[in-house]
Each structure stands twice: as C-alpha cells, then as structure tokens.
Design a protein around this ligand. Structure first.
Ligand SMILES: [Zn+2]
Length: 352
C-alpha cells in the first residue's frame, strides 16, 4: 500500500532528506553514469546491466573520497559488461595511478562477477577486496560458484559471464562491525545474512552536512525500481526469512540517508520500511497456506496471488517485469525462495 504516511521511496534526489543534489555526469565518465555529491565526496553510479535485460537492472558504485585516498567500489557487477565499464570509469577517476579497494556485498555473479577481470585490467592497483568470510574463498576459486550459477540461472549466467579468479592476497575476509577510514568516508561492514549466508552490507558515513550514511544493502533489502516507484523481494533459494528480517531491521535502525541499491540505483530510506511491510505481507500469505504450502502450486500461481495482495509488487510487475523476461524470472526466484523456506518449515519433503 502507498499513502502519504508511507513516503515515496524512489527518486532520492527529489526527497527533502538528505540534502544531496543530483549532478550531471562528468565528461570523462561513461554516459551511463551519474553522480551525487556529499560534501567533498562523490558517489558515482554506473548502469552495468547486460543488454538482454532490456531495462536498467544492475548498478555498480564508486565512492571517491578524493586524493590521496583510494577509490572505493561497492558491488562491481557482472563480468559482462561491468569489468570493461568499471575499468573505463576508474581510469577516468585516476586509476591505475590511484589505488582501488572493493567491497562485495556477496559473491553472486551479478554483484561480484567482474572482480577477477577488473583486477587483471587494473594491473595491481586493485589492492584489496573485502568479502564475508563464507564468500571470500569463492572469489579466489570461483569454479564451484560458476557451476551453481549455471545450473540455477542457465542462459542468464552465461550472459553475465564466468567470473575469473582473484589473487588470494587481494581478498580480505571481514568481521561484523569492522570499520575502515578513507579520508572523509568511514565504512562499516555489517554481516546481513538471509538472502545468502555470506551476505554483508556496507554503511558509509560521510563527513558532510548532517553526516549522511549511505547504505549499500546489496540484496539484503529487496530491490527498488525508480520508474515504477515500487520495491520487490530478492529472495531466491536457499533463502532464510528469519535471518533476512533481522538483517533488514538492523539496517533500518541505522537510519541511513540514502539507500544505494544494486538493483536498481540510489533511493530514499523509506524503501527499507516499505520493503519490510512487503516481506511481512508475503510471510503472512505463506503462513496462511499452512500445510497447503506442500501442494504442487507453481511459483507463477503464487506470484499472481501475491500480486493481488501486494500493490508494490503489482506496480513492479506492471512496469518492470512486463518489459523484461529475466526480471520476471528474478521475481519468480524470489517466490521460489519463500516457498522453499516455508516448505522446509512445514517438513513437506518428508510428507511427500
Ligand atoms: Zn544475490
């Protein structure tokens, strides 16, 4: 439901808070990039969606605290096309003379698949990649991750491209709550499992008017599509609803000024609360099914029924999924994750 009390969650630049102005793109950067200024710190976001999606779906971020500090990449995106786009953007900002550090919210190939190729192209200036300890080994040896991605995503995985390995000494496993400072930017890593057991979110507090916090939630807080003014879950199997809700509430408690969604761009913090209500609606739907959750109804049927209860989802599908088959597939995977979680709770596999 939307209404005056719920707040518009997209188009952050038009929101009264935070006071962050949207700027035109620097000439040196690719035309698909845009930027926000936070005092002396710049936040660039690049559309790194493969063509087959047909609409913008994946965004990679670069935070620039200014020299002599490193450029900070968050969720560099899939190998195709992000490795090349990000290399060009980073070079425009001073790499490889400037060092680059990267944070992967998780190792899924649409978020981190470009890292190995990017490290090769930047020739040693990508000095550190921070990942959750359960995800970090898959950046050094992505073979198992690639097999799992191909078997679950099929041709979509092929479209993203196979991730290349990162040098072991580049990858650092994080601990929950650790902080790193880069000039006026102070990064805090939060372990936020639920979407994946190895998920982490990145909170960047910037020394600027009001000390805004930019939250990079990866896939731990759904996705927000600006043109539809709608949020939708990102919850494919093996999804853990209990952990997801705890992680989401923890991120709301941070009171971020801006939510930098990987899918699909910066949005206002109200998105988080709206997504929480949406997840609670989905949970109620599956709980009300009781033992019927074990029946053979397909994710497509459940998606239709959820759509009639969830205006956000209805708007999201009407705008985004109707234009993009891969995006509709992502929504069906989200339904599949809820279904799988509740079927495990109900012990369906033993009954069948
Ligand atoms: Zn993911």
């Amino acid at each position: 439901m939307t209404g005056p009390g719920n707040g518009i969650c997209v188009h952050a630049a038009t929101e009264p808070r935070p006071r962050i102005g949207k700027e035109s793109v620097g000439q040196a950067l690719d035309a698909s990039a845009a930027s926000l200024s936070l005092g002396t710190v710049k936040l660039y976001y690049l559309d790194v969606t493969p063509d087959f999606y047909r609409i913008p779906y994946i965004v990679a971020y670069i935070l620039d605290p200014g020299t002599p500090h490193p450029l900070i990449v968050v969720d560099p995106g899939p190998r195709n096309p992000a490795a090349e786009k990000l290399r060009a953007a980073l070079e425009a900002l001073g790499a490889p003379r400037r060092e680059v550090v990267a944070y992967a919210t998780h190792v899924h190939i649409d978020h981190a698949g470009s890292l190995g190729s990017l490290a090769k192209q930047l020739g040693g200036s990508l000095v550190r990649v921070y990942a959750h300890p359960r995800g970090a080994p898959h950046l050094v040896d992505p073979s198992k991750l690639w097999r799992a991605s191909r078997s679950y995503l099929g041709w979509i995985a092929e479209g993203y491209g196979a991730p290349e390995p990162l040098p072991q000494d580049t990858v650092a496993a994080t601990s929950d709550g650790e902080t790193h400072s880069y000039g006026a930017v102070r990064v805090t890593v939060l372990h936020t499992p639920g979407h994946a057991s190895h998920h982490q979110s990145i909170a960047a507090r910037v020394q600027a008017g009001g000390d805004p916090i930019v939250l990079f939630p990866g896939d731990s807080a759904g996705m927000a599509h600006p043109a539809a003014d709608a949020v939708a879950p990102t919850t494919p199997p093996p999804f853990r609803l209990d952990m997801y809700l705890e992680s989401l509430r923890r991120q709301i408690a941070l009171r971020p000024s801006l939510v930098a969604y990987t899918h699909t761009g910066p949005a206002a913090p109200q998105c988080l609360e709206r997504h929480l209500r949406q997840v609670e609606r989905w949970r109620s739907y599956f709980q009300e099914l009781g033992s019927r959750v074990c029946s053979a109804a397909s994710p497509e049927e459940h998606l239709e029924r959820l759509r009639s209860r969830d205006e956000e989802l209805d708007r999201f599908i009407a705008y985004a999924a109707s234009k993009s088959k891969p995006l509709l597939a992502a929504l069906l995977h989200s339904v599949d994750g809820f279904l799988d979680y509740h079927r495990r709770l109900a012990g369906c596999s033993e009954k069948q």
